[in-house]
Design a protein around this ligand. Structure first.
Ligand code: CUA
Length: 335
């Protein structure tokens, strides 16, 4: 007989893939198990304390229940003693829950925040995308963008969360807890990324239709790079440099895209859909569902209703292939 070559038991065959799936969900760019920011660290620690503490208490209580049911008759009577009931049934829960309440309040205090944040960003939930405004010191809109948030590493960023229609929920699991976006109300959330990275966020409150396809990316980068990016973002869209993208810009205006979208520096000044001034520099289109390139942009314009059913942009499937490519190339050039 060879040692170590036993065929896997039924249990192993069942448990191994299950464990692999469970562990695969622990890391990555959209996971509470992989905290990358100050608030997220605190929340993860609180969660582990609750989880492990709850597990220990559960095991002890189950052991006591078993002892009460099957233990030696004379000894198990002691469990019914008045002092044991007061200590285990009243004193212990009061002390434990009070300590957890104080600790929980201290943790959430950071998230709600005191003191001046380094940057203020307003995010408005829309069906089914994210309107993003970088605010200046006076709270006025300095830069309008969509479906992507850039933040400087190591700085406290305060998010003002709003909604224009129904309740959405803003959640970037690697950086912090989720917070609802409620019509007519402003919720404040602080996040701080402790290292550079790209983190995925997701609408965490069912908001109808393509709710599951309402995602976004948060890009955390060193402060100088962030400042340079914000400076570039403030500028109006670049003028097309080659005839093909110039033609794309003309077609974009002719097709009426400007009724819903803004491209700063052009006649397109619609505010119903995402601002496209620098759409070519964003990681994704369609609110986190496709990478940004000429192919996906053309596909989105031609048949966004197929890619994201019930989203509010009609499919422009009447455009000729050549025209579609020109518009897509123009949008991709808007860095
Ligand atoms: Cu927005 Cu779910």
């Amino acid at each position: 007989m060879t040692v170590g070559r036993r065929s896997p038991s039924r249990w192993t065959r069942f448990a191994a893939p299950l464990a692999a799936v469970a562990l695969a969900a622990c890391g990555g760019s959209q996971s509470v198990m992989d905290p990358r920011g100050t608030g997220a660290d605190d929340l993860a620690r609180l969660s582990w304390i609750l989880f492990i503490g709850g597990a220990v208490i559960f095991v002890v209580v189950m052991a006591l229940v078993a002892y009460a049911a099957f233990g030696p008759t004379d000894r198990r009577r002691r469990l019914g003693n008045r002092n044991v009931v007061i200590a285990g049934g009243i004193a212990f829960p009061v002390v434990t829950l009070s300590a957890l309440l104080v600790y929980g309040l201290l943790v959430t205090d950071w998230v709600v925040g005191a003191g001046e944040p380094a940057l203020r960003i307003e995010v408005v939930g829309e069906r089914w995308w994210w309107r993003v405004h970088y605010l200046d010191e006076d709270g006025d809109i300095a830069v309008a963008s969509a479906n992507e948030v850039r933040i400087p590493v190591g700085r406290v960023v305060e998010f003002s969360l709003k909604s224009n229609d129904v309740i959405h929920s803003f959640w970037v699991p690697n950086l912090g807890g989720k917070l609802d976006m409620i019509p007519g109300h402003v919720n404040t959330l602080r996040l701080q990324a402790d290292e550079p990275g790209t983190f995925r966020g997701q609408c965490a409150e069912y908001c109808g239709g393509p709710h599951a396809l309402m995602a976004f990316y948060v890009v955390a980068e060193p402060e100088e790079r962030f400042a340079a990016w914000l400076e570039q973002e403030r500028r109006p869209a670049m003028t097309p440099r080659v005839p093909f993208t110039r033609q794309g810009q003309e077609l974009f205006i002719q097709a009426g895209c400007g009724a819903c979208h803004t491209v700063r520096g052009t006649p397109a000044d619609g505010v119903i859909g995402p601002d496209l001034t620098h759409v070519g520099s964003r990681l994704s289109i369609g609110a986190g569902i496709l990478p940004t390139n000429v192919g996906t942009l053309a596909g989105w314009i031609a048949d966004s209703q197929h890619l994201k059913p019930d989203n509010l942009m009609p499919s422009f499937n009447v455009l000729r292939g050549q025209d579609l490519r020109a518009i897509a190339a123009y949008l991709e050039s808007l860095k």
